[in-house]
Design a protein around this ligand. Sequence first.
Ligand code: SF4
Ligand code: SF4
Length: 176
Amino acid sequence: MARVKKKIKTIKIDADKCNGCRACEIACSSFHAEPKYSSINPARSRIRVISHRLKDIWLPVFAGEYTPAECAGRDIYVIDGKEYDECGFCRASCPSRDMFKEPDSGLPIKCDMCEGEEQPLCVKWCLNDVLIYEEREEEVEETQEQEDVEIGLEFLADKYGLQKVIDTIERMSKKD
Ligand code: SF4
Ligand code: SF4
């Protein structure tokens, strides 16, 4: 099977520098509002800051793939003397929590790296340099991307119904 080069975009997180200001949530939700920049609603943000004030924990997490099942991961990690729930690191939109779901439709949301922008908005507006944008190239199977999309759409259609998924895709495609 042919292998092709794929550009991988990611955001490295230096959580120690985060002060919980939530500018990243504001920037992301505003960028993804409809019309663009018309409103601010952190529930619509593709990045959320997991916070435990008493434990001095501020952990930015950006949305990854949707998963239809809860996982069994309930471990506690101690890093530099701070206790983190395993769930806090997870990027999935899953049935266990409300994070990374569109407030209106309940459909899962995923970070799109601010497609079309020179730099992700959350990275640009994090003035503490917590979020570091990185690009690299990787070789992948030619059909892998298509398969990933098909599997994701099948899950969504099973869970929410095909029409709801089609309506949402149509609405998203009208965004400028
Ligand atoms: S903008 Fe930066 S410092 Fe503020 S909450 Fe987000 S990651 Fe943390
Ligand atoms: S890269 Fe863009 S879409 Fe992803 S979390 Fe940051 S602001 Fe949101």
